[in-house]
Design a protein around this ligand. Structure first.
Ligand SMILES: [Ca+2]
Ligand SMILES: [Ca+2]
Ligand SMILES: [Ca+2]
Length: 364
């Protein structure tokens, strides 16, 4: 009670003193309060940056001493350094001179999984007056580099400004809204190198051409969770993903592959992961897709009664029911199943937005 009286008294005193003060006194105290507020805010920001810097240093030492955080030291061709930001920052850091900060987040869908199961880097909401920069680690010296990454500005309003990328490599947001960065690929070779511009399908893959599009598929009887299966697909080619089945013809092609493979045929009784999911919105199914842009279903082959979202936790689509045309069911994304990966050849020899050594592909 004494405390409440004190607060009430304090408030009364404040009100009285403001009423009684001359305009000059009033302005002095308001300036004083403004200065205190600014100092405290600055301290809070400094503290926040310090904690993030410490976390980033920890990530870096972990990476140097315990291997690549994102992909457990996978060796890619062409000296590719790939970061999917799933388990760390792979040595990317926030510039200490900047006011705005980048954070590893999953409140917006990422590019790796096309869902909020995956992580991407989100810039601070910076403006033309200050920077928000994400800086790469040093790369091996090379005569040419190819840099490929995905970015999206999730704002629905019409913000203006610049989003610049320098060869050092610095991601600098001055748009006035968040920018998400994900799946950064830096190759020690020009972007038009065969195998960088488009995937070299693994020797054990199966090719299918439909119009201008050629895809290659690989069969994986080993059982992984849905997200780990996507990450496994990306080991062969960062733009590969779990299979998206967009037509009856593609479904039949996959069925023909499964029935010829004993392990896959047996795995189908429990389920074979596709990229289909309703993680973002219950009952609204999309393919994660090889371009990371979720695509709504235009074709489906559900088993009668499926999807039934049993227990409220079935958000990922599996090929099941081998005796009934390999119809689909929804399963718990955390369960481990066999899976099929897919990679798409680029149909056009020139990628839009590409200059010889810097490749930029946009999502969103
Ligand atoms: Ca990611
Ligand atoms: Ca569901
Ligand atoms: Ca189900």
């Amino acid at each position: 009670m004494a405390c409440v009286s004190h607060i009430v008294g304090g408030l009364l005193f404040l009100a009285l003193s403001v009423n009684a003060a001359t305009p000059t006194d009033k302005c002095m105290s308001m300036h004083l309060f403004q200065a205190t507020y600014d100092t405290m805010r600055e301290k809070a920001e400094e503290m926040n940056n310090l904690v993030k810097q410490m976390k980033s240093n920890l990530d870096q030492s972990l990476e140097q001493e315990c291997g690549h955080l994102g992909n457990q030291a996978i060796s890619y061709p062409f000296g590719l350094k790939y970061c999917d930001f799933e388990t760390g920052m792979c040595g990317y850091t926030q510039s200490s001179q900047d006011r705005g900060d980048w954070v590893r987040q999953n409140s917006y869908p990422d590019h790796t999984t096309g869902t909020t199961l995956g992580y991407s880097m989100r810039s601070y909401r910076s403006s033309a007056s200050y920077y928000s920069r994400l800086v790469s680690p040093e790369f091996q010296p090379a005569s040419a580099y190819c840099v490929r990454f995905f970015y999206r500005n999730p704002s629905t309003s019409n913000y203006t400004g610049n989003f610049s990328v320098y060869i050092e490599i610095v991601f600098e947001d001055r748009i006035g809204y968040y920018v998400l960065i994900d799946d950064i690929m830096v190759y020690n070779a020009p972007c038009n190198t065969v195998g960088i511009k488009a995937p070299l399908c693994p020797s054990n893959s199966f090719k299918r051409t439909d119009g201008n599009t050629t895809k290659c598929y690989t069969l994986h009887p080993e059982k992984l969770t849905w997200k780990d299966a996507i990450k496994r697909c990306k080991k062969s080619w960062p733009l590969a993903s779990l299979v998206s089945i967009t037509s009856a013809a593609e479904s039949m092609f996959l069925t023909s592959l499964i029935v010829k493979n004993t392990e896959m045929r047996q795995a189908a009784a429990l389920g074979i992961w596709t990229s289909g999911n309703d993680i973002m919105k219950e009952g609204s199914y999309t393919w994660a897709g090889t371009n990371g842009d979720p695509t709504p279903f235009t074709y489906s082959n559900w088993h009668p009664g499926q999807p039934n979202n049993i227990g409220g936790v079935q958000d990922c689509v599996a090929i099941q029911y081998p005796t009934q045309d390999f119809q689909w069911g929804d399963e718990n994304c955390g369960d481990a199943h066999a899976f099929i990966c897919e990679a798409e050849y680029m149909s056009s020899p020139t990628l839009s937005g590409h200059t010889p050594n810097i490749g930029v592909s946009a999502i969103g």
